[in-house]
Design a protein around this ligand. Structure first.
Ligand code: ATP
Length: 237
């Protein structure tokens, strides 16, 4: 459903991503692994339309060309990013943050239904609905950021290091939630440094080094791949 080909993104003269190609199929969880500075966030931001890419790239979502579209048009096409740092509105309540997620016209009609679905996925958000986002714990903030993205009724969720700052227990809960989101028919492309937990739930993965995709394969094969072992000494053998 997502096809990225020859994507090059520069920060000034520096090529942060060089000729990256990847795919995500329907109802698939795909993880992009890589050390700090490998270019993972840049790649995800370019897919979401937040950074321009060099000519010659092709980003297709379910047959629609995304290259050159505004970020808002990419949301309307069905790809929604949960950025690093989560991008919540701290002074707004949980309920209000969720409402903002339904701003996309593709989602307005089904707002109530989508909210029900989000609250079933994350019942804790229902309990905390009147609390300001800034007063939530780290795990709750991540649930809210994902919940807000789901309010836009995406076909593809783009997640930038969702497990950062979470305890192992909460990270486990997060990855289980991604599994349930996939079961709902939503594809997930996530960037992670937690190789072990993300490969345990992913179908496939890619490894980035210095802006290039250097390995790809099924998650179980990547978990024992020497290049992944080198990049993430904690990954399972
Ligand atoms: P991290 O896990 O630290 O977020 P990453 O793999 O997501 O790392 P990017 O944030 O995409 O990597 O950064 C890729 C390269 O681009 C790095 O060398 C980084 O220093 C550089 N870079 C990132 N953002 C900018 C920017 N706004 N201006 C200039 N250079 C940048």
């Amino acid at each position: 459903m997502l096809e990225v080909a020859r994507l090059t993104v520069r920060h000034g003269k520096h090529k942060a991503v060089e000729a990256a190609s990847l795919t995500v199929a329907a109802s698939e969880i795909v993880v992009i692994l890589g050390a700090n500075g490998a270019g993972k966030s840049t790649l995800l931001s370019a897919i979401a339309g937040l950074l321009p890419c060099d000519p010659g790239a092709r980003v297709m979502l379910s047959g629609l060309e995304l290259t050159g579209l505004l970020p808002s048009a990419i949301v309307e096409a069905g790809a929604v990013l949960v950025p690093e740092g989560r991008g919540l509105f701290g002074d707004l309540s949980v309920r209000e943050n969720l409402r903002l997620g339904a701003f996309a016209s593709r989602a307005r009609e089904d707002e109530a239904e989508n909210r029900e679905r989000v609250l079933r996925l994350f019942p804790r958000l229902a309990e905390r609905r009147w609390h300001k986002a800034r007063n939530l714990g780290g795990g709750e903030q991540m649930m809210l950021a994902i919940g807000r993205a789901l309010m836009a009724a995406p076909n593809l969720l783009l997640l930038d290091e969702p497990s950062v700052g979470l305890s192992p227990l909460l990270a486990g809960e997060l990855f289980r939630a991604l599994d349930r989101i996939r079961a709902d028919g939503i594809s997930v492309l996530l960037v992670e440094q937690n190789a072990r937990k993300s490969l345990a739930i992913a179908d496939r993965g890619y490894l980035m080094e210095y802006g290039r995709i250097v390995e790809s394969g099924r998650a179980d094969a990547l978990a024992v791949d020497p290049a992944v072992q080198r990049a993430f000494p904690g990954a399972p053998r």
